[in-house]
Write a protein that binds this ligand. Structure first.
Ligand code: UT7
Length: 310
């Protein structure tokens, strides 16, 4: 039994904060931020917009896109490091709001790699025959953990949510291979102590190495060659890191998704938000091989190779 993505949705908070807005409150410049990260603007959620709300909105669209109803969902996984509160989980809040009365629900904590961890978990539940329809949401409101006086981190992040429904698909499509990893010894490179603390250089070096390696690993595990990859959806942290992954796969620029300019680094939401753009603008088509790859705090990483369609 194969698991594939049959529906997709997203939510972005309406408030746009540009680099020029940040120039007014920080010792930074649009020029530095664009050249060092590729980010031009990001969405920032108001106090009233919590992770559960963003997740619910994205989930509603994904379920509709899949042609299902909330009662069809067997399991809800919300990948987030910014839940509304310690418990109940965001997944339980979403279950209630959707009226997904049959669904089990839990949150997955793997920082920016969370969406990939969610997809792999959903895939195994479906492949084993245990569940039919699994809702995977990547959602984060990192703005509530930002120290707005720290230019090293404040310019990087944004808020948002992306959701997909995975279900049984035709045997020739769906998840082809995956890889998950973690290295707890690198935990201090990126962590929360009231606000986000980051050793940017260390994370940068780790990300460049790991994203490239994981991308190649899933291509190989799927029995494919680099040339078979039609589209790369990397975690949108920094254009320079993304470019390095693209080069490892020898892909042309137009075959890599780039939304970091508009949304910044949205943590667990970044991969589904990018996937959404490429699917909705018709760049990802039936039977395309896509590689999604992420890294994040933990340290954690993960990649999935998937053949689009159902
Ligand atoms: O999802 C995972 C989350 N984390 C990441 O993805 C972060 C990965 N790391 C990075 O993206 C990069 O390390 C950064 C973009 C954060 C920084 O780039 P870098 O090439 O590692 O630069 P750096 O940290 O070595 O900083 C270079 C200079 C420093 O000034 P000095 O010491 O050379 O005078 C910084 O103080 O840039 C300065 N700087 C800034 N200048 C203007 C740092 N942040 C800013 C800023 N505006 N916002």
């Amino acid at each position: 039994m194969k698991a594939g993505i049959i529906g997709i949705g997203r939510y972005l908070p309406p408030k746009i904060v540009t680099n020029f807005d940040l120039e007014k409150i920080l010792d930074t410049s649009d020029e530095w931020i664009v050249s060092m990260t590729g980010i031009k603007e990001r969405r920032i959620a108001d106090e009233s917009i919590e992770t559960s709300y963003m997740s619910f909105e994205a989930a509603k669209e994904a379920i509709q896109d899949a042609g299902l109803t909330p009662e069809d969902i067997d399991l809800i996984l919300v990948s987030t490091v910014t839940p509304d509160c310690a418990f109940p989980s965001v997944a339980c809040m979403v279950q209630e709001q959707l009226g997904a009365t049959r669904a089990a629900a839990m949150d997955v904590s793997a920082a920016c790699s969370g969406f990939i961890y969610g997809i792999v978990t959903a895939n195994l539940f479906i492949e084993s025959g245990a569940y039919k329809n699994v809702l995977v949401i990547g959602a984060d409101k990192l703005s509530k953990l930002i120290n707005w006086n720290d230019r090293n981190t404040a310019v990087l992040f944004g808020d948002g949510a992306g959701a997909v429904v995975l279900s049984r698909v035709d045997n020739s499509r769906g998840v082809l291979s995956y890889e998950l990893g973690a290295d707890g010894t690198g935990g201090k490179a990126l962590y929360i102590d009231e606000s986000i603390i980051m050793n940017g250089r260390e994370v940068f070096k780790f990300a460049v190495r790991q994203m490239g390696e994981s991308s190649l690993n899933v291509v190989e595990k799927a029995g494919l060659n680099k040339e078979d990859v039609d589209f790369l959806i990397p975690h949108q942290a920094n254009i320079r890191i993304m470019e390095a992954s693209r080069e490892r796969l020898s892909l042309p620029v137009e075959k890599m998704s780039m939304t970091v300019d508009k949304f910044g680094n949205t943590s667990a939401a970044s991969i589904p938000l990018s996937l959404y753009e490429e699917v909705k603008n018709g760049k990802i088509k039936e039977d395309d091989v896509i590689v999604m790859v992420g890294f994040g705090g933990g340290l954690t990483w993960g990649a999935v190779a998937l053949k689009w369609g159902h």
